[in-house]
Design a protein. Structure first.
Length: 281
């Protein structure tokens, strides 16, 4: 195998050696090639029969690396846009209920779910994530988590590959102020921060960054390691269910901004809803 992100490889190796393989893993960030290489490593490790997985030499590793292992599946994509259909998910659910053919684990790989899965299909896929069959591993990839349902994110273990983000310094500053305002015991910080969302473009750009911080916080709350300061603060102050609500609200606000609504009223509404969710008992 070619070399790839050593930090992620180390995390996977720790998980495998401790026999703590989750039922669903989402690989995000990085380049498409890096995500593919990570999926290849993980799916091979899942079917490997040796203690030091993946060994690369056992019959399961050899079959996996050649693309011919009977327990590693990839649903067929349909249409010009290469999407996953409801029928493909139904077939996947049926296949997942059947025990592995030769390995101890059956692996299902679905790439680019942020592009290949509509919201309807994600809801259908959610059913099997809620009650996954034994000896089954779902390996998913996405460039970003922005288009994924929070309920999907709450039921997978997310591994984020290293990726360089190019965010305007002012936009990032406002986003951090909003996060600080959300978790603050008072409301002055949030009122001040949301008041800075004075144009439609700034509103949308800032909330996109806020959404990413909230998703990082959600990841951390379900055990995904990251050192992001905002994510750590979010996970410490808010429950998983509240973070999911905040992500949903942020996405709704971005959609409303595209409907030519009064920006002052939109900011007032957003501030109130952020406080309602973060203060609720």
């Amino acid at each position: 195998m070619s070399d790839f992100n050593e930090q992620v490889k180390e995390l996977f190796s720790e998980t495998l050696s401790a026999h703590r393989m989750p039922h669903a893993i989402l690989i995000t960030g990085g380049t498409p090639n890096l995500r593919d290489e990570t999926v290849r490593f993980l799916s091979t490790a899942a079917v490997c029969s040796e203690s030091n997985r993946p060994c690369g030499n056992c019959k399961h590793c050899i079959k996996a690396l050649s693309g011919g292992h009977s327990d590693i599946y990839t649903p067929k994509l349909t249409g010009k846009t290469n999407t996953v259909s409801i029928d493909a998910i139904r077939e996947l659910i049926r296949d997942a209920s059947i025990i592995p053919n030769e390995a101890d684990t059956k692996v299902f790989i679905i790439k680019d779910i942020d592009k290949s899965m509509s919201e309807l299909v994600q809801n259908s896929f959610l059913k099997i994530l809620e009650e996954p069959p034994l000896s089954t591993l779902f390996v998913l990839t996405a460039e970003s988590t922005n288009r994924l349902l929070p309920t999907i994110l709450s039921r997978v273990q997310v591994f984020s590959l290293k990726q360089e983000y190019s965010v305007n310094e002012e936009i990032n500053e406002i986003a951090k102020e909003i996060i600080d305002g959300i978790i603050s015991p008072g409301e002055i910080k949030l009122l001040y921060a949301t008041a800075r969302l004075n144009t439609r473009p700034i509103f949308k750009e800032v909330l996109a960054v806020v959404s990413e911080y909230l998703r990082l916080g959600l990841n951390r709350s379900v055990g995904v390691k990251n050192d992001n300061e905002q994510a750590c603060a979010i996970a410490k102050k808010l429950t998983k269910s509240r973070i999911i609500e905040l992500i949903d609200l942020t996405q709704k606000a971005i959609i409303r901004a595209d409907r030519n609504v009064n920006m002052a009223l939109l900011c007032t509404w957003l501030c109130g809803e952020y406080r309602r969710i973060s203060w609720q008992r």
